[in-house]
Each structure stands twice: as structure tokens, then as C-alpha cells.
Design a protein around this ligand. Structure first.
Ligand code: LCV
Length: 259
């Protein structure tokens, strides 16, 4: 049984995450179903994609499925990780992807929402960046996703505290395009999609790709890259990393020692 619902609504393709028992945690099964919807929408040449949760969802997405994170001594967010694959699929999709958020957006799901081209949220939506809460060394392109959407001071606060920020603050900071009430958000997103559909899909697709290339263009030397990867390895080889994962799985507060 699919973990998403897929529908066409005029020129837009809508994919709705529907795995409530896992709070839409982005495990391989859910991500594969989202990717299948994206492929179908690419074939149909939709003019916009909407990624959302069910209207009554308690959580938009709980982020990476912690059960699928390695216990240590292996990069937890490698190239082929489902979350990384989903982020690239959003960035590479030839039409705009709109994140329609209506509840808590956690960790890697926060990166998914910010990797989307437009973010529309309801007032009860919150955004949390959680690597430090779990003891995870986030990956370089993932940090760049946040860095391109969130000012550095706010990003540091979100990472270091791991506390969720509310939709209205996210809108004020320019992280979210619009905050709209629950009963108006569907029509608001459809109106955005219709406006996009009226314009040239070739021009939009090329400008989206140009902006992606420009946003990702950072002079990083091989020496710098290896240093960054080495720093991350000291974290995912650490006691604290294993403690963060195990504490989550054992439903207890982690005891980080800095080792
Ligand atoms: C697997 C889960 C999850 C989950 N994975 O419901 O950004 S990084 O670096 O941190 C990256 C590695 C990442 O994205 O890590 C994940 C970051 N996510 C979080 O820190 C959010 C963790 N989840 C929660 O804080 C709560 O589940 C929220 C507040 C989202 C929802 O709370 P609520 O009380 O509504 P439960 O906690 O009872 O969760 C319901 C079921 O979903 C599982 C959770 O283990 C529980 O499973 P059981 O019913 O088997 O006990 N679940 C929730 N999040 N990320 N599984």
C-alpha cells in the first residue's frame, strides 16, 4: 500500500504524505513513493508540484527515519541516503515544487521544505533543525540548503537550540513565502500553481536550474572538502552520535558527554 496519495489538479501534481503511524518520517519506503509520484508528474509535464501532508496530520513530517540511521562509523547522510535523494529530486524537478506545510516540520523534513521552491504554511506549522538534538553531523549540501534559505544568525540559533520556530516568525524571516489559514491554504496554493502554469514552463525550468547552480556555487577546495568530511567523521564515530540515536530509539533524553 502506497504511503502517499497522488493526484492531478489542473496543471499541478499533488503528492500527499500519508504515513501517520510514523509521523511521515522520511524512510526509504515513503521517499520511494514520493519519488514515484515525482516521476509520474515529470512524464505528465505538470507545471507545478505540491508536496503536502494530510489536512488532519499531527506532524507534516518527523524528518529522517531515525530507525534507518546507521549506529555509527558510517556517514549517516551519504549521497544515496533517501533524504539526500529526495532533496536532489526536488531541486532537479523541471517545474516549481511548492511545500504546503500544516504541522510540525522536523530535521531533514525542514530541509525538504526549504529545498522546495515556494513554502506556504498554516499558522500551526513549526520548523525545527535537529542534528544537534540527535548528535548527527549534518552533510555539506544539506547545510547549504539551510544556508541559502535562512540567515546565518537564525540558522545557528535553530541548529544550536534545535527548538522549533513558529510559522509567523519563519514568514517574518523570509523562510516561508506565505502563512495562510487551514481553510484557505488549498485555494492559495492552487492560485500560486495556476499563476505559474500561465507562464512559460521552459523559462521557469531554466531559471530554476540557473538559480540552483548559482546557489550551490561555492569555491570549496579538495583540501577543504576532505577537512569537512573528516570533521563529520569525528562526530559519527563518536559516543555521542551513538548515544543520540539510541536515546531516541529508547525514548529517553540523551546524555551527551562531548566524547
Ligand atoms: C522514526 C519516528 C520519528 C522519526 N524517525 O508522536 O536533521 S537531522 O540531522 O536530525 C536528521 C537525521 C533527522 O531528520 O533526524 C530526525 C529528526 N526528527 C526529530 O527530531 C523529530 C522526532 N520525533 C518527535 O519529536 C515526535 O515524534 C514528534 C514531535 C514529531 C511527534 O510526536 P507525537 O507524540 O505526535 P510520537 O513521538 O509518539 O511518534 C509516533 C511514532 O512515530 C515514531 C515514534 O518513534 C513513534 O513510534 P512508536 O509508535 O513505534 O513508538 N517517530 C517519530 N518521529 N524521525 N520514527
Amino acid at each position: 500500500m502506497s504511503l502517499v496519495m497522488r493526484e492531478r489538479d489542473g496543471a499541478m501534481g499533488v503528492v500527499t504524505m500519508n504515513h501517520p503511524s510514523r509521523r511521515n518520517a522520511l524512510g526509504k519506503a515513503l521517499v520511494d513513493d514520493i519519488l514515484a509520484a515525482f516521476e509520474a508528474f515529470r512524464t505528465d509535464k505538470v507545471r507545478a508540484v505540491v508536496l503536502r501532508a494530510m489536512p488532519d496530520a499531527k506532524v507534516w513530517s518527523a524528518g529522517h527515519d531515525v530507525n534507518e540511521l546507521p549506529q555509527g562509523r558510517r556517514d549517516p547522510l551519504g549521497w544515496d541516503d533517501p533524504l539526500r535523494t529526495l532533496i536532489r529530486a526536488i531541486e532537479d524537478f523541471p517545474a516549481p515544487v511548492i511545500a504546503q506545510c500544516n504541522a510540525g516540520v522536523w530535521g531533514g523534513a525542514c530541509e525538504v521544505a526549504l529545498a522546495c521552491d515556494i513554502v506556504v504554511a498554516t499558522p500551526r506549522t513549526t520548523f525545527a533543525v535537529t542534528p544537534a538534538k540527535l548528535g548527527v553531523p549534518y552533510n555539506v549540501t544539506g547545510l547549504l540548503t539551510f544556508f541559502n534559505s535562512v540567515g546565518l544568525a537564525v540558522l545557528k540559533e535553530m541548529v544550536f537550540t534545535a527548538r522549533p520556530i513558529p510559522a509567523d516568525r519563519a514568514e517574518h524571516l523570509g523562510i516561508v513565502n506565505h502563512v495562510v489559514s487551514e481553510d484557505e491554504i488549498d485555494a492559495h496554493v492552487r492560485d500560486l500553481a495556476d499563476a505559474i502554469a500561465d507562464n512559460s514552463p521552459l523559462s521557469i525550468g531554466v531559471i530554476k536550474e540557473q538559480l540552483r547552480e548559482l546557489a550551490g556555487a561555492h569555491a570549496i577546495t579538495p583540501r577543504m572538502f576532505e577537512r569537512l568530511q573528516g570533521l563529520r567523521r569525528t562526530v559519527y564515530d563518536s559516543h555521542d552520535y551513538a548515544e543520540g540515536i539510541n536515546a531516541f530509539l529508547e525514548k529517553r533524553k540523551p546524555n551527551f558527554t562531548g566524547d
